[in-house]
Ligand binder design. Structure first.
Ligand code: MOS
Length: 701
């Protein structure tokens, strides 16, 4: 066997997706595609009341329907351990915590027959009075112990009230953002198969490993009993995150009950109440500044909703902890528990709505001071994190703003609003900053040299369409000093060991650490002549200690977004012919897939600014537009030219690959950049999202 070493690095090259051919030819199997002998299908019976009790259901009638094998409900479901995840504590009592919560699961031999029987299952309820209406002044708002994922609820520095009282210029405004649903293209699906004392779950998750301990504890199983496979996942945006969603629990329960493999696939309307959404927010932002626009005080207070099932508090105001310098700084959160579905993560949870508040208020400050909005942000730039006082590992916000201004053509901008009329369109431009934390989590990976001369890398990563499998292949190939064609990266199997999921923009930053380290070690062993046994020579690395040994620094990716809008003078329709995004996101492993992530993030930001809104009908406690016809997601026709660029951001303190992560920063700040451009076009401030057509020509309040 000969090994040809080559030095040409793959990192930095636009390699197309390594599984691309499998995907376009249909060879790639998603969770609901996996064929299994004896497979049967579960269908959810959702509650039709927002709050109350299940008195009973007509099980006999459902069992008599064609093809029905069983009905899973409160009285025959396995007893679960209460692990503090109310959304997963299914069929353990008679309570209905929100409309759409599962009250039973019908299992039948085909999905059609399961659906028919589930929809015809009669349920008796005892309804109770409910409250599903979020208000910024809700009397039950309270201050939670922490905000997601483990951030303090409140930060306080200096004396904000005194500083604002003495400030030359004050901006004091309220901003609102609508609830939104992630709406990944692939719906949730879980298939559970018991064999040899273990349960294998084929499921659409961002967290192939991390959901296994949760399921193990919930079902009171021996450690190692649950195996999760998620080879291909069709998007997530946080909604296939951890903890697992109810479909996983229902599939395992049902497989126990009928002794056969069971698949539970949710429909689009099921996803709206069952799998999470972005909470609505109400934010108050107060800024005190000098005449020159330099901040002396900043306060950001956010209110959100959660469900009665779980306390899930979005970290909305944390955006203001790390963005602009202010000696006096207060950020805090309040939340109210309502009779509504449980909110969860959605792309840049916290930063996406929080940046709308702060970056909009900064634009109002720029107007009040007569300072250019780019210049205003440069004046308030800082190299230490405002809330903590800690230095940033690297912060190239200023470079992003300057390079963005250059690419976008900002220099000749007339600052006056509502002076650019072009036929039936008002025209304007806007800017916003962006940041997103750059974190890394402990992960284990294995690299194997095979006698054939090829290499196999195994890590319980997930590729939700981002290109992470491809990026890991490039990083592994470079560490092994072999061509990418000699490396096969296997992911999406919890048996590969503990691993971070595809969340928090932490995937590649976390997985690459043990992948690169194990590959370097293996390359060294092979080069020093270690013999390769028939089943291969394997190096394994667990990054736990290495991650824990890093210096305490504030680590973030930064960016700047520029938007051009055209607003129809009569209808208020907002078009966005141009978006520019410039980013400092550490090392870019693959410029092709990285650009796609940012184009996708900016598109989602545009969608969030103009279109996306889950409409809660508080009388019924449910989202009424629970389909892709009534819930509007931006499509090609809504998107103009999107320009993405990177500034150099070498940061070797992060992880061996210098990767900061870029899955989420693309959405941060884009809604504010667009809203600021709408003000510049029309002279009307937009303080509520989505802007929609009408709000663009009337006050956004
Ligand atoms: Mo992302 S919302 O952290 O999966």
């Amino acid at each position: 066997m000969t090994r040809t070493w080559q030095a040409a690095p793959s990192v930095g090259h636009p390699l197309t997706r390594v599984e691309g051919l499998d995907k376009v030819t249909g060879r790639a199997r998603y969770a609901a595609d996996v064929a299994l002998p004896g497979l049967v299908y579960g269908w959810v019976v959702p509650a039709t009341i927002p709050r109350g009790r299940v008195l009973g259901l007509d099980v006999a009638a459902t069992l008599a329907m064609p093809g029905v094998l069983a009905v899973l409900h409160e009285h025959n479901a396995p007893r679960l351990t209460d692990i503090g995840e109310g959304t997963l504590f299914l069929f353990q009592n008679d309570r209905v915590a929100h409309r759409g919560a599962p009250v039973a699961l019908v299992i039948a031999d085909t999905p059609e027959r399961a659906r028919e029987a589930a929809e015809r299952t009669a349920v008796d309820y005892l309804p109770e009075p409910h409250d599903a209406r979020f208000r910024a002044d809700h009397p039950d708002l309270f201050t939670p112990d922490h905000v997601n994922p483990r951030n303090p609820t409140t930060t306080e520095k200096g004396d904000v009230d005194a500083a604002i009282a003495g400030a030359a210029v004050v901006v004091d405004r309220e901003y609102r953002t609508a609830p939104q649903h992630n709406n990944a293209m692939e719906p949730h699906s879980a298939t559970a198969v018991w064999a040899d004392g273990r349960v294998t779950l084929y499921t659409a998750t961002q967290y192939a490993y991390a959901i296994t301990p949760t399921l193990t504890r919930l079902f009171g199983l021996e450690s190692g009993t649950v195996r999760v496979l998620s080879e291909h996942v069709g998007g997530g945006f946080g909604n296939k995150g951890a903890p697992p969603r109810p479909d996983a629990v229902l599939a395992v329960m049902a497989a126990n009950l009928v002794g056969r493999p069971v698949r539970v696939t949710l429909t689009r309307p099921h996803l709206f109440p069952l799998t999470g959404y972005r909470t609505p927010t109400a934010q108050r932002v107060r800024i005190g500044a000098g005449e020159d626009g330099r901040l002396v005080a900043l306060e950001h207070l956010a209110s959100m909703q959660t469900s009665r099932l779980v306390e899930f508090t979005e970290q909305t105001a944390i955006y203001s902890r790390a963005m602009y310098a202010a000696d006096n700084l207060r950020t805090s959160h309040r939340v109210v528990a309502l009779d509504v579905p449980a909110p969860r993560w959605m792309r840049a949870p916290g930063e996406a709505p929080g940046s709308f508040g702060l970056e909009s208020a900064m634009d109002e400050l720029a107007e009040a001071c007569g300072v250019d909005p780019v210049e205003l942000r440069l004046r308030n730039d800082t190299q230490t994190e405002p809330a903590s006082g800690q230095p940033f590992s690297s912060r190239r916000l200023a470079e992003c703003l300057r390079e963005g201004a250059r690419r976008f053509g900002w220099a000749d901008r007339d600052p006056r609003p509502a002076v650019r009329r072009d036929g039936r369109w008002w025209r304007g431009t806007g800017v916003a900053g962006a940041h997103y934390p750059a974190r890394t989590a402990p992960t284990t990976a294995h690299a194997t040299a095979l006698p054939s001369g090829d290499y196999l890398v195994r890590v319980a990563a997930t590729d939700i369409g981002t290109g992470s499998r491809t990026a890991l292949t490039q990083l592994a190939a470079d560490a092994l000093e072999v061509p990418v064609t000699a490396v096969r990266v296997l992911i999406g199997d919890s048996d590969f060991g503990p691993a971070m999921g595809a969340g928090g923009s932490m995937g590649t930053a976390s997985w690459s650490w043990p992948v690169v380290t194990a590959c370097r070690d293996l390359a060294h062993r092979v080069a020093s002549g270690e013999s390769i046994p028939p089943d291969g020579l394997t190096s394994t690395f667990d990054s736990t200690d290495a991650v824990g040994a890093r210096r305490e620094l504030s680590r973030y990716a930064f960016g700047a977004h520029f938007a051009e809008v055209a607003v129809d003078v009569a209808t208020g329709e907002v078009r966005v012919p141009r978006l520019t995004g410039v980013y400092a996101v550490g090392r870019v492993v693959n410029p092709l897939t990285a650009r796609s992530q940012l184009v996708g993030g900016m598109t989602m930001g545009l969608s969030c600014a103009l279109l996306e809104e889950s409409i809660m009908d508080a009388r019924f406690g449910d989202f009424v537009n629970h389909n892709l016809a009534d819930y509007h997601v931006a499509t090609n026709a809504d998107v103009g030219e999107i320009d993405v660029a990177f500034v150099d951001d070498p940061d070797d303190e992060l992880n061996p690959s210098g990767v900061k992560g870029l899955g989420e920063i693309g959405i941060v700040g884009v809604p504010a950049a667009i809203a600021n451009a709408v003000w510049h076009a029309t002279g009307v401030r937009q303080r509520a999202l989505p802007i929609g057509p009408a709000r663009a020509i009337i006050s956004g309040q």
